[in-house]
Write a protein that binds this ligand. Structure first.
Ligand code: SAM
Ligand code: DTB
Ligand code: SF4
Length: 318
């Protein structure tokens, strides 16, 4: 079946409305057509520049607008990036993702990012970067340096976005995704659920992703990590099964994309994560820290994979 980029919101809403087990069955069937269902791609994250971000994203501990007690760190030195990347490789990660708390990098920041991409590539790992909005020339320079993936999330539906972020708009995000795509980089783009959005907003997020001119190669689905001091610190708990539905709907609508069970795994037990893998999630972040918040211990993930019979490998798309 060819990949569809013409999904309607009604069709996506109808998937969400299916009985849970029917939806998971459909998603698992689609997953098996395109991927080895036992393979889970493993990425490690490193915050290369932490906090003091001028943006006001209501979920984010790194925004300078909120008092979250986060220790601000300048851009890391090259040798710090090299040692973190080699530790990640030794722990089994196949992709190293670097995150910077910027609205957008300046051209001189891109010089430093180019060097960082170089050291990670020397170690033989795939490279991913998330550093805010990019201009087309910046995306091209990063591609030329050997960057494999650029992460830039749509985060939520177009209509809910202004409730969450006031310092830039949805179109800015779409423009960066276009620059990244046109530079020949793999696109990593997803969103966050559990931000007091409605199901219609979750439908709108999946719709926005699944109707891009080409689906992102990688789709991170984050469950909000509620951080004290952010406007979303007391957000209502999202029902576990609504999270599973979001993974499953992403899998059905974007059958060739790697769907990442991203932030929020610390609040999920083994059974819930197993259901997410069944529903088509085939990537995780590995290592005790995401960018600034916690993630399950490496040993806990090793035990989880052993219990579920999963292989922590490159999840090869076919
Ligand atoms: N500053 C860049 C940007 O916003 O594109 C890159 C870093 S930013 C931290 C990357 C992504 O992390 C955000 O788009 C958001 O989806 C996710 N994120 C940030 N805080 C989060 C939280 N508390 N819970 C879940 N996901 C979060
Ligand atoms: C994504 O979608 N999730 C990751 C990654 N892209 C960069 C980030 C999650 C961050 C969670 C909050 C934190 O640790 O600061
Ligand atoms: Fe800054 Fe990114 Fe956090 Fe928004 S999500 S405040 S842009 S680091």
């Amino acid at each position: 079946m060819s990949v569809r980029t013409d999904w309607s919101r009604e069709e996506i809403a109808a998937l969400y409305d299916l009985p849970l087990l029917e939806l998971v069955f459909r998603a698992a069937s689609v997953h098996r057509q395109h991927f080895d269902p036992q393979a889970v791609q493993i990425s490690t994250l490193l915050s290369i520049k932490t906090g003091a971000c001028p943006e006001d994203c209501a979920y984010c501990p790194q925004s300078a607008h909120f008092k979250t007690g986060l220790e601000v760190e300048r851009l890391l030195a090259l040798n710090e990036v090299r040692s973190s990347a080699s530790a990640a490789k030794a722990a089994g990660a196949t992709r190293f993702c670097m995150g910077a708390a910027w609205r957008a990098p300046r051209d001189k920041d891109v010089d430093r990012l180019v060097d960082m991409v170089g050291v990670v590539r020397e170690l033989g790992m795939e490279t991913c970067l998330t550093a805010g909005m990019l201009k087309p020339e910046q995306a091209q320079r990063l591609r030329a340096a050997g960057l494999d993936y650029y992460n830039h999330n749509l985060d939520t539906s177009p209509e809910y976005y202004p409730e969450i972020i006031g310092t830039r708009c949805y179109q800015d995000r779409l423009d960066t995704l276009q620059a990244v795509r046109e530079a020949g980089l793999n696109v990593c783009s997803g969103g966050i659920v559990g931000m007091n959005e409605t199901r219609s907003d979750r439908v709108g997020l999946i719709h926005a992703l699944a109707t891009l001119p080409a689906h992102p190669e990688s789709v991170p689905i984050n469950r909000l990590v509620k951080v004290a001091g952010t406007p979303l610190q007391d957000a209502a708990e999202l029902d576990d099964f609504e999270f599973v539905r979001t993974i499953a709907v992403a899998r059905v609508c974007m059958p060739h994309s790697v769907v990442r069970l991203s932030a929020g795994r610390e609040s999920m037990d083994a059974s819930l994560q197993a259901l997410c893998f069944l529903a088509g999630a085939n990537s995780i972040f590995y290592g005790e820290k995401l960018l600034t918040t916690g993630n399950p211990e490496v040993q806990a993930d090793r035990d989880l994979f052993a219990r579920l019979g999963l292989k922590g490998l490159g999840a090869c798309a076919s």
